[in-house]
Design a protein around this ligand. Sequence first.
Ligand SMILES: C[C@@H](N)C(=O)N[C@H](C)C(=O)O
Ligand SMILES: [Zn+2]
Length: 200
Amino acid sequence: DPFVDAAGIVPGLAVEMRYAGSDNFVGRPIAGYEAPRCLLTPQAARALARVQADLAPEGLGLKVFDCYRPVRAVADFAAWARDPADTRMKPAYFPRTDKADLFRLGYIAERSSHSRGSTVDLTLVRRADGTELDMGTPFDLFDEASATDSNLVGPAARANRLRLRAVMIRAGFVPYPQEWWHFTLNDEPFPTRAFDRPVR
Ligand SMILES: C[C@@H](N)C(=O)N[C@H](C)C(=O)O
Ligand SMILES: [Zn+2]
């Protein structure tokens, strides 16, 4: 198995695996997430440990929302997107974006880097009480305002996004300009693979 549980490698990592539960843009657990675990390649997990160490002097840490994503989960997203009648989660997750456009506009990928095991969705938290720093939009808000350098959010949130981006880049991750939370390890060990083993 090429993956490790990041919680065992990154001290104090906060883990909130949103696709293993119902608090996500589909509104139910996603296929392939059988446990709320953050699985990653050892290389990506060790890079996150470097980020966590960088953040510690400031009293900050990381909270992950998604890590390795099985191919069957991506297929589940695609099947959901093909049903225009199900707009239950639209107000919370894509109020200004047409559901039919979520893939075309790049908010969700048909072949996701997450399936290669070295991509993470994450935010910054205060280590003392676990509260998330204000990023101006919630995780997975599929909206222009989620672009990292969007000026649709205030200066404090923008600064927090740039802080997250800077520490992640320093540890070898590449940001995704359209979503402030999404990063891929530059030297990922499986750049052309797509894994489908379930998260358990
Ligand atoms: C769905 C969202 N969390 C995400 O990860 N989007 C990118 C584009 C992806 O699906 O790989
Ligand atoms: Zn992502």
